[in-house]
Design a protein around this ligand. Structure first.
Ligand SMILES: [Zn+2]
Length: 160
C-alpha cells in the first residue's frame, strides 16, 4: 500500500507544503473567527494530525487568534493556510494543489452560518467567459499565481 501524498501552497508560491499520510476529517467551519481568518463565508479545513506535514518552501506567518489557536497564512500574498490548535494542525482545503478530492464531511459552527450561504447553489450561474464586458480583459490576462504543482522554476521572469 502506498502512502498518500499531497502537495499545496499559497497563491504566490512563497509557502509550499507536502503532506505524507492519510488526511483526517475534512470540514467547513462557519464560526466568526473562521469567517474573518478566511475573508470568506466559511473556512474549509482538513486535519493533518495523523500525517506528516513538511513546509518545503517558506513557512506561514501566524496570528494568534485565541489563547488556544493560531492562524497561519502567507506573509507575502495572504493566502490562509492553517488552523493550529493544541490537538494538531489543519490545512485549508483550497490551498492543496488538487482540492477536488478532499470533500468536506461535516460543518462546524453552524450557529454563526451566514443567512444566505445555503441559497448560493440556487443562484444563477455563468462561466467566466460569459461576461462579455470582461472578455478583452480576460483575453490577454497573464496569471502570476503559482501553478498547482511543485516546481523549481518559480517565480518566473516577469515583464515590468
Ligand atoms: Zn504567498
Amino acid at each position: 500500500m502506498t502512502t498518500p501524498f499531497y502537495t499545496g501552497g499559497c497563491q504566490c508560491g512563497a509557502v509550499r507544503f507536502h503532506v505524507e499520510g492519510a488526511l483526517g476529517d475534512a470540514s467547513v467551519c462557519h464560526c466568526r473567527m473562521c469567517q474573518k481568518a478566511s475573508g470568506n463565508f466559511y473556512l474549509p479545513l482538513v486535519s493533518v494530525r495523523q500525517a506528516r506535514l513538511t513546509w518545503t518552501r517558506g513557512e506561514p506567518k501566524r496570528f494568534r487568534s485565541s489563547n488556544h489557536g493560531y492562524r497561519g497564512f502567507c506573509g507575502d500574498c495572504g493566502t490562509p493556510l492553517t488552523y493550529e490548535a493544541p490537538d494538531g494542525v489543519a490545512l485549508t482545503i483550497a490551498a492543496f494543489d488538487d482540492p477536488a478530492g478532499i470533500a468536506p464531511r461535516i460543518q462546524w459552527g453552524i450557529e454563526a452560518k451566514l443567512p444566505y450561504v445555503d441559497a448560493i447553489s440556487d443562484l444563477p450561474g455563468e462561466e467566466t467567459m460569459a461576461d462579455q464586458d470582461a472578455a478583452s480583459f480576460l483575453a490577454d490576462l497573464v496569471s502570476y499565481q503559482h501553478p498547482d504543482h511543485d516546481t523549481d522554476a518559480w517565480p518566473p521572469e516577469r515583464e515590468p
